[in-house]
Design a protein around this ligand. Structure first.
Ligand code: FES
Length: 145
């Protein structure tokens, strides 16, 4: 990736995403390795890591469900959708189902403001959610495992 970016530091976020996909989360070993390869301190890596909701330092479920409750989604039922998600999955914020299939997070804007309420499951966006649509989507992911 270094050849695609003007400076080494620019490679950090895509490298973190790549490593997370490989390892399942951003482990201490990943942080140390990236800091070393990109001439950064581990603190600099952790500072960037803590900013992005799609990055995690803890293992999470196979499908990470992120429900947006920020203003645009909130006005279209985002908070109620998040409550429904908690009920449906039986877990709360940053928790993982006992079988390891789903994790849940309440998140700020995911860039789908015109189509709220919205959620992101790993790299897939789901918009204009209703409770029925949410249930169908979750059931489809559960059937894939
Ligand atoms: S406010 Fe929900 S996606 Fe932007």
């Amino acid at each position: 990736m270094l050849t695609h970016y003007p400076i080494k530091r620019s490679v950090l976020v895509p490298s973190l995403l790549y490593a997370q996909d490989e390892v399942g989360y951003v482990s201490n070993e990943v942080i140390s390795e990236l800091a070393s390869r990109l001439d950064l301190t581990e603190l600099e890596v952790r500072n960037v890591l803590s900013y992005y909701s799609m990055l995690t330092t803890k293992p999470r479920g196979k499908y990470n469900v992120q429900v947006c409750t920020n203003i645009c989604c909130m006005l279209r039922g985002g908070e109620e959708m998040y409550e429904h998600a908690k009920q449906k999955l039986g877990i709360g914020h940053k928790m993982t189902t006992s079988d390891g299939t789903f994790s849940l997070e309440e998140v700020e804007c995911i860039g789908a403001c015109s189509w709220g309420p919205a959620m992101q499951v790993n790299y897939d966006f789901h918009e204009n959610l209703t409770e029925e649509k949410f249930d169908k989507i979750v059931d489809e992911y559960a059937a894939k495992k």
